[in-house]
Design a protein around this ligand. Structure first.
Ligand code: PLP
Length: 377
């Protein structure tokens, strides 16, 4: 177990912040890295051509370590929707084929597929669970010989319900379907290994469980998709872009690996040092340790919620870092106001209260949240 890390953040004592799924608070060191990054733009004469490359490479390598890939497999993006657009531009989707998504999935992993389905004359299949069925069983039940693509995450974003991606990947392989992952609500807090799943693309926003700034995201691209079509064409992705004086000797070839999909101005001098500092800290803590520590905390909360007659998913169907709590008669009126009044921060998503802690949460935070739950149980 990792001891409490609240001292690394700037969270006031009276704030119980259980909302990492919404927006992670910055660590002091990450904020300082951002200040350093911003001030470099005040002295551009000190920026060297190599600076456009070295930090990007460092960030790629750190992100690759989080999912057990190599740096060449990683592209630097501004958002999940950008990554999905890249995936959509490169996946083979035949007329009459199916694209499988979860019911109430996060829109950035839905809209691209709706557009693509309309363009290619394909069909969206929205997976709903039957009574007693897990998400994994429901997804697998919907994969068939007409499936072109399954686009899901490792957890449902609204309540942390867990998907067995290895099982889903096996079914995809058996039906020659591709798998695209949005790991935004899990990577950095839930152990994941790319080699066990082998998706075509896997994207994660950087500002939640990667504890980084808003506006930076990263994408794994499986090697067989690394020679595909970027959705924009920028100078730095092309061969020999290190040679600034030769940039107008236009090149048809790209730099090696997934970086052909990098967003323009990917060497973001303000945000990149923040992403790097945050991912270094995550790797130092280690994702399995983070997950074990957060599982302990959500396990404690789940036990208390059940004692109060509230509903949570069984331990094998929920991730350890997000707990969805449901009230048997629906979300009680006035609970949002009460949470705000007590400075307890969670999200209400659909009919679930989504509780998403991190290493800054203390026993006192857990007690405070329990008191609000008790008032409305
Ligand atoms: C599962 C998931 N994916 C993606 C995002 C963000 O998407 P984008 O980067 O396109 O804004 C969020 C934000 O809440 C999310 O919960």
């Amino acid at each position: 177990m990792i001891p409490n890390q609240r001292h690394l953040f700037e969270i006031p004592d009276d704030v119980a912040y259980f909302n990492c799924s919404y927006m992670a608070p910055l660590q002091r060191a990450v904020k300082e890295a951002g200040h350093m990054g911003v001030s470099r733009k005040s002295a551009p004469w000190a920026l060297k051509p190599a600076d456009f490359f070295t930090e990007s490479d460092t960030a790629r390598a750190l992100f690759a370590r989080l999912l057990d890939a190599t740096s060449e497999d990683i592209a630097i993006l501004p958002s999940v929707s950008y990554g999905m657009a890249v995936a959509g531009a490169n996946l083979p989707i035949d007329p009459g084929s199916d694209i499988v998504v979860l019911d109430q999935q996060f829109p950035s992993n839905v809209y691209t597929w709706c557009e693509l389905a309309a363009e290619k004359d394909a069909r969206i299949i929205t997976v709903r669970r039957n009574a007693g069925e897990s998400w994994t069983q429901a997804v697998v039940r919907n994969i068939s010989t007409t499936t072109a693509l399954v686009a899901v995450g490792n957890v449902h974003w609204a309540d942390g319900a867990l998907l067995d991606l290895e099982g889903i990947a096996q079914s995809c392989r058996a039906h020659k379907a591709e798998l695209v992952l949005d790991l935004t609500q899990s990577l950095g807090a839930l152990p994941f290994s790319i080699s066990a799943v082998q998706p075509a693309f896997a994207v994660s926003a950087g500002y939640k469980w990667l504890l980084g700034p808003y506006g930076m995201a990263f994408m794994y691209v499986r090697p067989d998709y690394q020679a595909g079509r970027p959705i924009e064409h920028n100078w730095i992705a092309r061969k020999d872009s290190q040679d600034f004086s030769g940039l107008v000797h236009y090149k048809d070839d790209f730099q090696p690996g997934a970086c052909r999909y990098d967003v323009g101005e990917r060497s973001n001098f303000a945000l990149m040092p923040m992403s790097i500092a945050a991912m270094e800290q995550l790797l130092e803590w280690s994702v399995p340790q983070i997950h074990a520590t957060l599982s302990d905390l959500t396990g404690e909360l789940a036990g208390r919620a059940e004692e109060l007659g509230l509903q949570v998913a069984p331990p094998d169907e929920r991730a350890g870092h997000i707990l969805g709590v449901r009230f048997p008669r629906g979300m009680p009126p006035g609970i949002s106001e009460s949470l705000a009044q007590h400075r307890v921060y969670v999200s209400i998503r659909g009919n679930a209260m989504r509780i998403s802690p991190h290493l800054y949460n203390s026993g006192a935070d857990v007690d405070k949240l329990t008191r609000v739950l008790r008032d409305f149980a």
